[in-house]
Design a protein around this ligand. Structure first.
Ligand SMILES: [Zn+2]
Length: 137
């Protein structure tokens, strides 16, 4: 799926457009590229360190939900997202770069401009690192 199709699907789930959701779409796209599109079959587990708009993008696009118990909230309030593929045992940790766009929501830029810029910059906004984690099966 291209970024536009992912965006539309996420907006339908989330109910409005916002820069936070755009971040969630970017995170999801990176995960689909890195860990594969197998979330619907429960192999993918997301550990999110905040509960805000980006998490809805993750739920909509990666199929990680509280109901399926493959969405874990570890509250640090940070824009950090870790994903674990139970099948391949690979895990990656995505953290928003310090210098990334949209650090301050009150910045004067138009909302739609922020969204467009986030979707365009994509992967550039995040540090992506391989990590080792262990979760119960
Ligand atoms: Zn939102």
């Amino acid at each position: 799926m291209n970024i536009k199709a992912l965006w539309e699907k996420a907006v339908e789930f989330h109910g409005h457009t916002c820069p936070g959701l755009a971040m969630g779409v970017v995170v999801s796209k990176i995960v689909l590229e890195e860990l594969g599109d197998r979330a619907k079959r429960r192999e993918l587990v997301a550990i999110v360190e905040n509960v805000s708009c980006p998490v809805d993008g993750i739920q909509a696009l990666l199929g990680c939900t509280f109901g399926k118990k493959n969405l874990i909230h570890k509250d640090t309030g940070k824009p950090v997202y870790t994903f674990y593929n139970r099948q391949t045992k690979r895990a990656i940790r995505l953290s928003k770069k310090q210098d990334a766009l949209y650090r301050r929501p009150e910045q004067p830029k138009e909302r739609q401009d922020q969204i467009d810029t986030i979707l365009k910059r994509g992967r550039d906004l995040f540090n992506v690192q391989e990590v080792t984690i262990s979760l119960p099966d």
